[in-house]
Design a protein around this ligand. Sequence first.
Ligand code: NAD
Ligand code: HSE
Ligand code: NA
Length: 436
Amino acid sequence: MSTVDGRVIRVALLGCGTVGGEVVRLLTEQAEELAARAGTRVELAGIAVRRPDKHPELPPELVTSDVTKLVTSPDVDVVVELVGGIEPVREWLLDALKAGKSVVTANKALMAEHSAELFEAADASGVDLYFEAAVAGAIPLLRPLRESLAGDRITRVMGIVNGTTNFILSAMDSTGAGYAETLEEASRLGYAEADPTADVDGYDAASKAAILASLAFHTRVTASDVHREGIADVTASDLAAAKVLGRTVKLLAICERVTADDGTESVAARVHPVMIPRGHQLAGVGGAYNAVYVEADAAGELMFYGQGAGGAPTASAVLGDLVAVARNRVVGGRGPRESAHAALPVRPMGQTPTRYHVSLDVADRAGVLAQVAQAFAGHGVSIAAVRQRDANDTASLVVVTHLAPDAALRSTVDDIAGLDVVNQVVSVMRVEGEDQ
Ligand SMILES: NC(=O)c1ccc[n+]([C@@H]2O[C@H](COP(=O)([O-])OP(=O)(O)OC[C@H]3O[C@@H](n4cnc5c(N)ncnc54)[C@H](O)[C@@H]3O)[C@@H](O)[C@H]2O)c1
Ligand SMILES: N[C@@H](CCO)C(=O)O
Ligand code: NA
């Protein structure tokens, strides 16, 4: 094993919970190998936690609750932030960057709202800002977008980026387990955020979509630009309706470059439940796994798959970033800066082209299909497929549309719900992928 000329990079770790605890373990267990790879020793200078008395496992001389002092200490080169949330973390990281410390963070909420300000502070000090763990945990995804694909033109990024909701939907689909019990299990396994509403209501995935869209399309996209729907309204009826069609339901983040008829480009970013064919590669992604498709003009389709949550997998991405910072320090260089030169406008959800699946319980009599079809036609929505099944004096009618502006599809569903011949709208969901 190579030695490292006595050089040392000193790390301030903020937060020592699910992910931070694993970072400490890996930094300690792999100290020699990391030194050989980075070209410098990587050592802990301090660990900030909310309650030092709760961490008897950590070396007491390293533990502190004084974050402000730690992040600006002259003894620190890099701040690794694994606390989460926006304030006071934003202030701490700005202080750290202004004091010339590089930053590694897993904080998607912060990066989705304040990355511009953080990048500016990093630029002013000539230091690094890395955040691979913020999206899709262990999966190398941000580095490929920022570096490997920097020479290509990305058109679409679509995937499963929240482990907790994927865990819940997979369990509901395969075992019929209830929503509450699977959410409890996801929390126990360390996938869910401290407040799981961030996961189930789609905020976590929307933050990740904002980060992905920003990197893919060289445009500043924040979480508030992302259309967001969670899984709280996904019912057993939706899953059953999907099953009948040979489909399943996944919460997807979809970031697209949309080109209008006049050639102008915009960015659309959304998170919502989607019905996809069971044969689709994303349908087979179970448990807390994540998978993301990237489509680019020259590269074609790429798929990234792996563990998107959990202590050790997320720590793997953090350590990778830390080694990158250490290497940059050794050679006196920097990692990639913010790339927002395209500055494309963000397209509102209503104007974003989507496809709907609508499952209806209708009266079983002549002319029903014509009335339903008329409602679609009235909004300029073209129908791709219709299935009808009779049962006693009612019938089930399933309509799958072609692409149409989301607002037109929503208005159509509102009109259909008001038709006398429609007893119940059983399930409405957007669809992706072609049936086999
Ligand atoms: N758990 C995962 O699977 C996962 C995956 C990817 C990204 N992340 C992100 O990693 C970050 C950490 O997640 P986690 O699951 O390890 O969280 P956690 O709740 O397990 O740990 C948080 C840590 O922060 C410390 N902390 C909280 N408030 C503090 C304060 N005011 N001062 C000092 N310390 C404070 C706590 O003491 C604790 O050690 C979050 O940004 C999260 O979104 C987590
Ligand atoms: N709560 C997140 C952690 C990873 O960011 C998830 O379930 O995917
Ligand atoms: Na990642």
